[in-house]
Ligand binder design. Structure first.
Ligand SMILES: [Zn+2]
Ligand SMILES: [Zn+2]
Length: 94
């Protein structure tokens, strides 16, 4: 992984992994009427990375259901030293 902001600016940087938090909402996996297992986990995992050029990158992601396209969202927010932030949303599902 590279800093998306540095990539945009054509700079090179070193990323240090910071803390990761996961929300703790209750969810219940279930089997649908066809006996197919679904895991609709709405908990969001946020990982923070610090870039050597002063950017902070926050990656928020949700787990994808193995049986349908529920979840699997990943969004990356970048906060630079001037506090300008931008969000870019990547959908890992179909
Ligand atoms: Zn950077
Ligand atoms: Zn599902």
């Amino acid at each position: 992984m590279t800093c998306v902001k540095c990539k945009e600016l054509g700079q090179k940087s070193v990323l240090t992994s910071g803390y990761t938090t996961v929300t703790a909402m209750y969810f219940e996996p279930f089997y649908d009427e066809n006996g197919v297992f679904h895991s609709h986990n709405r908990n969001v995992r946020k990982s923070t990375y610090n870039c050597s050029n002063g950017h902070a990158i926050v990656v928020s992601s949700t787990a994808m259901c193995p049986s349908c396209n529920f979840g699997g969202q990943e969004s990356v927010s970048v906060v630079d030293s001037n506090n300008n932030s931008g969000t870019l949303t990547i959908n890992l599902g179909e």
